[in-house]
Structures are given as C-alpha cells and as structure tokens.
Design a protein around this ligand. Structure first.
Ligand code: ATP
Ligand code: MG
Length: 451
C-alpha cells in the first residue's frame, strides 16, 4: 500500500514543489495551505506522516502537532522551520514531533529524513508484533484463562485487534467483557489513542445525544458552554458502548447513522464532522431475542454484530478457577501488603465446587475479602463468603480428609436422601428417579440407616 503524507505549507511555490517531489517518490500526498485546513484533514483521515510548516496562517505548526497527537497518535509529524529556529524545533520534538527540517532544504535531505522515519516505523511495528507474540502485551498477564474456551477467546482478540472492525462482546455479567474491550484496544494500532467508554444504561434518554455528539453553547437551556461529545473524545482511538442493548429505541436510528457514516453533528450546529473511531459493544442480554421482540432495531444489530466474541460463564470453564484464584490471591496480597498467602484445602475445594452466578467478578471480590480476613498467612473456609463456603458444606462428601470410598458412599447417601425428599418419601417414585429397582433402594436405605 502507498504511504500517505499530509503536507501543510502556506507558501504556494514550496507546496507545489514538495507535492510533486513526494508524489514522484511514490507517496500519496494531500496538501493544505493553512493550519486550520490541516487540522480538519487530520481529523478526517489517518496519514502515515504529516509534514507541516511551523509558521502558518490560522493555526501554527504547534497547534497542528497537538491536534495530530490527540486525534491521530499513530501519525508521525515532521516540522519545517523557515528560520532554522532551533529552539522551536526542539520544542516541537519535545511535544512529540518525529524530527524537523530547517528551510531551505534539498529534496535529498528530506528523503534521508523520510527514509529514517519509515525505517523507524517498521522497527516499531516489528517490536510490537514480537511483544504480542511473547505475550508481553499490557493486557496479557492480567487476563487469565487456561481453558480451551478462553484460549479461543484470546485468539479472537489477537486477530481482531489487528483490524478496525466493530466488535460485539457477549457474555453474562462479570465474565470479563470490559476486559476484552480493553485488551483489543491495547493490542490495536490505536493503543496510544483514547479509549472512551459509554455505559448506555446509565445515560438518561434526554441526555443521550448531547453525551454522544456534544453540544454548542446555547444549543438548549443549560448549555452554558460548548462541549465535545464522547465520539469526538474518542477520535483516533476506540469508543466502547457498554450495555448496548439499553440504548433507547428512539435513539437507535441516530446512533446507527453516526456509526455508519462516521459523521457526527453537535447539537446546535448543522455541520457534521467526520470522526475517526473504532467501535466496540458489549451486552449481557440476548440481542437476537430483543430484535425478535422489537426491542432492538435489526439494522443496528447487523451494524454492530460484525465480529462477535462470546465469553462463556465461569461455571462452564471451572478449570480456570485455580488460575484465577492464584492470580487474585497474589494481586490482593501485594495490594494489601499481606506477604505470602496460601489457601487451605477446604477453602480451595469450596472455591472449586461453587457455581459462580456472578462469574469472575464474584470470585474476584470473594478473594479480595478473604485476603483481608486471612489469618496466619492462610485463607480458610471461614474467610470465604457464606454462599461459597456452603458449596462445600452442601457437599460434605468432598472433604480433603475422606478416602475415595468414603466420598462415594457419602455422595450415594446424599443423592438417595434428596430423591426421597423430592418424592415425599414415596420409595417407588424415588427408585424410578434414581434409575434403580425398589428392592435395591430398600437395601441401600438399610445400609445407610435412612428411615
Ligand atoms: N479472565 C479474567 N482474568 C482476570 N480478571 C478477570 C477475568 N475476567 C474478568 N475479570 C475481572 O472481573 C471483573 C469483572 O469483569 P468485567 O467488568 O470485564 O465484566 P463484564 O462482563 O463487563 O460484566 P458486566 O456485564 O457486569 O459489566 C473485573 O474486575 C475484571 O478485571
Ligand atoms: Mg462490563
């Protein structure tokens, strides 16, 4: 793909000359004659490199640089200074410019600089790729999952991070949807840009548009100043719509339009502006059902359901629990300065036999609490929340002190008692429920001393 360069220069002869030269070197060149024009170009497109003059009409090179850092952090900036003013040039580099050239400069001089820039860029992306391969990305390490289901999720995250595709993250509450959104952003080329989260369930319907699109001073009563919306704040980065199913029906068409055209209009203006954002969505609701029942627009559903990532509930990947327990114990022991902590056998069994309706969040909070209550460096059954501890006392057959035979017998007895309770003591029905004969049931009841 051709590399793209934005050239901002007010002097027509220099501009034309450079434009021709850069085009002849195989670059796709966009030109602007003043700083303001330059800034709006940066807002609408992503350039590999921006070459800007320092002294420009309307907005100067520093303002262009600041805009580029804010909305398009992946673009490099090279500053041209007419006066070989080293102080300004150094300042520009401090503020994030890649380098500067002092006018007048030759085409060769410029080419050397550009070669250096693109070589640097290549190295940078290689380092990034290697880091990902090594699993040293910021998100890895704190995102635990050893089950096949979670490994598949991680593969998805990596694959989709390399693209700008919309992602729909599905899963029960507490399964890690927000963590997935964060990880994708961190692994993407937009990692240096903003990550803006919107909790769609928390915004009152009448404020939705102003939150999202921003407003102009005086657009409505109470609009005492101009404010940019979440879309504009996410420029150059990622916008994450949490609880997307809760977007009020009347606003869904407006959201759809913004997502489709990437154009937003501040309340109180009529001029739409282009936004460069990547969007992600999460919900714990069944969107297909909502579409079927008319509570969610089908066209919006198709717009957001491009790459779905489904997180399985924790009870369907209990093999992850030991890893999560270790990770959270370490994390909180560090955080609360509790030194080395271990988990007793019984506490561990309880943690492993619980079903976690609140998923990872519930486990995480349970461990946080247990780390605080732990005594003598040990987390014991009594330090766990009642419902988790009860998962063990509820199955007294899995105590660490029992032999296998004792556990099996205990389990059999418990099961028989449960069947009898469910059938109000009717042996015939209980036997059928258990899939054994009436005689066999009667014998077992005698063996176990069940009345
Ligand atoms: N696989 C995981 N490894 C480590 N921590 C996790 C994992 N999954 C979830 N967590 C932690 O559990 C908590 C809940 O996760 P998160 O907020 O991402 O869930 P959610 O799916 O967005 O829930 P909700 O639908 O309630 O918003 C967070 O503190 C998160 O860091
Ligand atoms: Mg969430």
């Amino acid at each position: 793909m051709k590399k793209t360069i934005l050239l901002i220069e007010d002097e027509p002869t220099i501009r034309l000359g450079l434009q021709h030269f850069l085009a002849s070197q195989g670059f796709t060149v966009t030109v602007c004659a003043d700083g303001e024009e330059g800034c709006s170009a940066i807002e609408t497109n992503t350039f590999d490199l921006i070459i800007t003059d320092l002294r420009l009409p309307k907005k100067n090179g520093f303002e262009v640089l600041a805009r580029a850092r804010a909305v398009s952090p992946s673009s490099g900036v090279v500053m041209m200074t007419a006066f070989a003013d080293v102080k300004d040039a150094v300042q520009a580099i401090k503020e994030g410019a890649f380098d500067y050239v002092a006018k007048p400069f030759s085409n060769d001089e410029l080419m050397v600089l550009l070669d250096r820039f693109f070589a640097f860029r290549r190295l940078e992306s290689e380092v990034q790729q290697l880091r990902r391969k090594l699993g040293q990305c910021p998100a890895a390490g704190s995102f635990i999952g050893e089950s096949a289901a979670m490994k598949a999720v991680f593969d998805r995250i990596e694959a989709v991070a390399a693209t700008d595709a919309p992602v729909l993250i599905l899963g029960e509450s507490g399964t890690g949807k927000e963590l997935v959104a964060n990880a994708i952003h961190e692994l993407s080329a937009r990692a240096d840009g903003p990550f803006v989260k919107i909790n769609c369930a928390a915004i009152p319907e009448n404020l939705f548009e102003s939150e999202l699109f921003g407003y102009e001073k005086g657009a409505f009563t109470g609009a005492t100043e101009t404010r940019k919306g979440k879309f504009a704040a996410a420029c150059g980065g990622t916008i994450f719509f949490d609880e997307i199913a809760e977007v009020p029906m009347p606003l869904q068409p407006k959201l759809l339009r913004a997502l489709e055209e990437k154009l937003i209009t501040r309340l109180g203006t009529h001029q739409p502006t282009k936004v460069n954002v990547r969007s992600m969505y999460a919900t714990s609701r069944n969107l297909k059902e909502l579409v079927a029942s008319g509570a969610f627009r089908e066209d919006l559903f198709y717009r957001i359901n491009v790459v779905p990532i489904a997180l399985p509930p924790l009870r369907e990947r209990l093999e992850d629990v030991p890893y999560l327990v270790d990770f959270f114990v370490k994390t909180y022991a560090d955080q609360f300065n509790r030194g080395e902590l271990s988990v007793s056998g019984e506490a561990y069994s309880a943690l492993l036999s619980y079903r976690y309706p609140g998923n990872v969040r519930e486990l995480k909070h349970a461990i946080e609490r247990a780390v605080i209550f732990a005594k003598n460096g040990v987390i014991d059954l009594e330090h766990l929340p009642d419902e988790i501890a009860a998962s063990l006392t509820g199955t007294p057959c899995l105590k660490g002190t029992q032999t296998l035979e004792e556990s099996v017998k205990c389990m059999e007895k418990t099961r028989i008692m449960k069947a009898l309770a469910e059938t109000s003591g009717k042996k015939q029905d209980a036997a059928r429920l258990l899939g054994i004969g009436r005689k066999a049931l009667w014998k077992k009841m005698k063996d176990y001393g069940i009345e």
